[in-house]
Write a protein that binds this ligand. Structure first.
Ligand SMILES: [Fe+2]
Length: 297
């Protein structure tokens, strides 16, 4: 799940209960009425879902399963070259199907015995406090649609490939699951919108777009990089900065482009010592001090 409103197609419901996902004209599925009606149906499933109930089955077409097959095969090869060991081991442990799109219910049932995490279907943008707060209870809000089959390696919005291949594999790691939960507790603890956004930016620059030293190489652990066919080849040439809470929490980013500023953890221990400890302890006052420490830098 990513967080900027314009990044998610808006979901509207009219007075008759009809649900419409408003795709932009530039969206690859914009002119495909079959895709549009499936997007509407999936949004409806998510809106009607109540926590605790089984997640309704999403019907996918053969072309969509083929997108998953293709992208998961290509990403698997790239993961071997670019992903950190902790991710590769978690991915092995989870064992996602590679030949078809798994259902969110099925992924929940695979993850829960491993780390306690379960999925919840999201129609589109989930408000920050709800999205992050649910992580504290080991719930991950996830979109269920897949990108348009005409461009299998591109998506303008987070789809099931991002949510499951990126986040789902990561959530099969005990250490990462603990970090997601800690971020969730931080989101519940802070009161101001500014502090909440700071917490979410630290999440963005670590669990979505974090990179880590491993041996003599730079590897990735962020779900946004590990689910992106293009970005995973580019991250080593980006502007790599040391892991620093004040900078991460106050750096603006453009969600529609490749992330050109990335933050490097030296190890899993380092990530836990910096981001994990921050989420465990932060409050409005400590975040305010961190934010002000960057003024004039
Ligand atoms: Fe995400």
């Amino acid at each position: 799940m990513m967080e900027e409103a314009q990044y998610f197609a808006p979901v509207n419901q009219d007075e008759h209960g009809e649900v419409t996902v408003e795709l932009a004209k530039s969206h690859p599925g914009f002119a495909d009425p079959v895709y549009r009606s499936r997007r509407n149906a999936l949004a409806r499933l998510a809106l009607d879902h109540r926590r605790g109930d089984p997640i309704p089955v999403a019907e996918y077409t053969a072309e969509e399963h083929e997108v998953w097959r293709l992208v998961s095969r290509e990403l698997a090869a790239k993961h071997e070259r670019y992903a950190i060991r902790e991710f590769l081991e978690a991915k092995e442990r989870l064992g996602l199907p590679r030949d078809r799109i798994p259902q969110l219910q099925e992924i929940s049932e695979m993850l829960q015995p491993l780390t306690g995490f379960r999925y919840l279907p999201a129609a589109g943008l989930v408000p920050l406090r709800e999205f992050y707060g649910s992580l504290a209870d080991s719930y991950f809000h996830s979109t269920q649609y897949i990108r348009h089959h005409s461009v299998p390696f591109y998506t303008p919005e987070p789809d099931v490939i991002h949510e499951v291949i990126g986040h789902g594999n990561t959530l099969a790691s005990d250490r990462f699951a603990a970090l997601y939960r800690a971020a969730g507790r931080a989101a519940r603890r802070v009161e101001s919108q500014e502090a909440l956004e700071f917490v979410s930016k630290v999440f963005w620059f670590t669990l979505e777009f974090g990179v880590m030293a491993e041996g003599s190489e730079l590897r990735a652990y962020g779900a946004g990089i590990l689910s992106s066919y293009g970005e995973i080849e580019e991250f080593r040439s980006m502007n790599i900065r040391p892991l620093d809470l004040a900078t991460m929490g106050t750096t603006q980013y453009d969600i529609t482009k490749y992330q050109d500023v990335l933050f490097r953890a030296e190890s899993m221990d380092h990530l836990e010592d910096v981001a994990g400890a921050f989420w465990e302890e932060c409050d409005d006052d400590s975040i305010d001090r961190l934010s002000r420490s960057t003024v004039g830098r």
